[in-house]
Write a protein that binds this ligand. Structure first.
Ligand code: ADP
Length: 581
């Protein structure tokens, strides 16, 4: 086993398994008992034949029968006990790992989640931990029980006739190299299969999230074909891994064939000449026949460990991912005041998104960001919430750089209402309460009223206690936005970020949402990404962006008087010749 693999196993042991050492010892004792019963049974075959069948010794009948059935009862009890213990430990370890993984994932940056699709992360948290558990339990049982079985059976064989015993295992050295090559193959193919499984989950996640547009655009067949191709790739990878695993016991059977052949050719004459008793002969061959079964399982252990390592590697690669956006060691307190972007530059990879961007959003006033799609408006929000950090320049609030402040304090100071609201499969009231978890019912009710949520919720049989369905699917777009606004009201943060909150709404919903937004933004430092003239005109200050920089700014009147880019866009939109700004 390679050094990194060993380290992974040691880490898993230290971090998650060692706490169960007492249970593990009990399980191993039970395994030793279960394993040694096979040797005992094959050993008792000799008196069974020699004393009972050949000599007809009737007093021996009872003790041999009692001994053999006693051994079976012992095997039943120890086998049951060790299985229950091992599975219990396995499940506890994997559920602890799952909780730890999720906790860690939640601490990672937004960028990590752009690089890793939700489906593949779900596959890691669920699929890889389960794969690990199944394999680890089976492996522990095999190592504990089957090693002892093999040792006890080999002992019986050696006691019966040591030359025969050595001959029987003549095939082992020949097949060590093929077996070790096979283990390498199993590891490689299993890793590929786990990756293919992650891609499948990613695709399923995309399909179910995008089900509406798939249906509307009649993409069912297209998606089914795409899935079919991915399933084929998964099947191919998984089958290769399974073939590798299946080859393991086959190699052991070849060893068995060589062993039987060698013993019979060499020992055949001794048997014919009657140099051995029938009991000795039967006992040896029983042990020989029984030894290959645990050997087959033991030979598969290394393959299982390889498969477990493939999952373990994937799990630890998640645990090793570190957030790059970190709070400072001694954070400064944030005061409320103007938000300022000073010469901020930011790129996604090699693509510059913001170039020397300057902005001042005055405290308590509304600043609108206007500009074509791709101008970098959403990026401004991501920088202010520190989902990303600038490459150059500084973002500050009331003169304090936001990266000098505590991350939690910064995010507490900001409420965001986006284009698409993240609602969870809970009630309307619970969704609103996400703005502030300790809010009273009266506060939730007040926020619901102010955001016009009660306008529609009061008409529902359960009122605010109506479940909104997965991702808020049983509410309309305008209703979802109003729930989001109520949430932001409850949050009562001094800074408000609005990302085109009315862009997807019809005129009536827009009016209601705008009315709710007006109440929400009163007295707060508000930044709004705006497309609609009504929203833009309501702003105190307008910043026109293009290609990551500010090209114009001022009030609506001042910008119109300039007759620049803003005035041109405005005229086109008023004349109905252009899409919203
Ligand atoms: P706007 O909100 O003005 O439409 P954005 O700030 O969303 O613009 O995006 C600005 C530019 O950044 C776009 O060209 C977009 O392609 C790019 N971009 C946005 N998000 C990412 C991302 N996660 N990875 C790579 N490029 C991105």
């Amino acid at each position: 086993m390679s050094e990194p693999s060993k380290n992974l196993l040691i880490r898993l042991w230290r971090e998650h398994v060692v706490g169960f050492w007492r249970l593990l010892i009990v399980a191993f004792i039970l395994m030793v008992i279960e394993g040694s019963t096979l040797g005992a049974i094959s050993y008792l075959i000799q008196p069974l034949f020699d004393l009972v069948f050949i000599d007809g010794n009737s007093s021996a009948v009872t003790w041999v029968a009692l001994a053999i059935s006693g051994i079976f009862v012992l095997r039943a009890i120890s086998g049951f006990g060790q299985r229950v213990l091992i599975v219990t430990i396995g499940l506890r370890v994997t559920t602890a790992l799952q909780t730890r993984l999720l906790g860690h994932l939640l601490s990672l940056d937004a960028r990590f989640f752009q690089d890793n699709a939700p489906g593949s992360l779900i596959e890691r948290v669920r699929g890889d931990t389960q794969a690990l558990q199944g394999v680890a339990s089976a492996t522990l049982m095999t190592i504990g029980r089957d090693t002892i079985s093999v040792i006890s059976l080999l002992t019986v064989m050696l006691i019966s006739d040591w030359t025969w015993a050595l001959l029987a295992l003549a095939g082992v050295p020949i097949l060590i190299l093929p077996l070790s090559l096979l283990q390498k193959l199993i590891r490689k193919t299993t890793r590929a299969a786990r990756e293919a499984a992650a891609r499948l989950s990613t695709q399923l996640d995309e399909i179910f999230h995008g089900i509406i547009s798939i249906k509307v655009n009649r993409l069912e067949d297209h998606e089914a074909t795409r899935f079919d191709q991915e399933v084929d790739r998964f099947l191919d990878a998984q089958l290769r891994a399974e073939r590798g695993k299946a080859a393991n016991p086959a190699v052991i059977d070849v060893i068995a064939a060589i062993g039987f052949l060698a013993v019979l050719i060499y020992g055949g004459q001794q048997i014919i000449a009657g140099e051995k008793t029938v009991g000795e002969f039967m006992s040896f061959f029983t042990a020989l026949a029984l030894v290959f079964d645990p050997l087959r399982r033991l030979s598969a252990v290394s393959g299982h460990i390889q498969a477990a390592l493939a999952s373990l590697e994937r799990l630890y690669s998640v645990l090793e991912a570190r957030p790059t956006i970190l709070p400072p060691a001694s954070p400064k307190r944030l005061k409320s005041g103007d938000i300022r972007f000073a010469s901020v530059s930011f790129s996604y990879g090699d693509t510059p998104v913001l170039r020397g961007f300057d902005l001042t959003a005055e405290e308590g006033r509304t600043t609108a960001l206007v500009g074509p799609s791709g101008a970098g408006k959403s990026t401004v929000f991501s920088l202010l919430t520190r989902l990303i950090d600038p490459d150059l320049g500084e973002v500050s609030i009331a003169g304090t750089a936001i990266d000098a402040a505590d991350l939690e304090e910064l995010r507490n100071a900001i409420a965001l209402v986006g284009q698409e609201t993240a609602l969870f499969d809970e009630t309307i009231a619970q969704n609103i309460r996400l703005g502030r978890l300790d809010a009273t019912d009266a506060q939730v009710q007040a926020a619901a009223e102010a955001a016009h949520v009660t306008d529609f919720a009061d008409g529902l049989p359960l009122g605010l206690n109506t479940p909104v369905g997965p991702r808020g699917g049983s509410l309309s777009g305008g209703q979802r936005q109003r729930v989001a606004i109520a949430r932001a009201m409850l949050r009562d943060a001094p800074i408000l970020l609005l990302d085109e909150p009315t862009s997807a709404l019809d005129a009536r919903s827009e009016q209601l949402v705008n009315e709710a937004l007006r109440r929400l933004s009163a007295g707060r430092t508000t930044l709004v990404i705006a497309h609609r003239l009504s929203t833009i005109r309501a702003a105190d200050h307008i910043v026109v962006m293009d290609q990551g920089a500010v090209i114009e700014q001022g009030t609506h009147e001042a910008l119109m008087a300039r007759k620049g880019a803003y005035a041109r866009l405005n005229q086109l939109q008023s004349a109905g010749l252009s899409a919203p700004l």
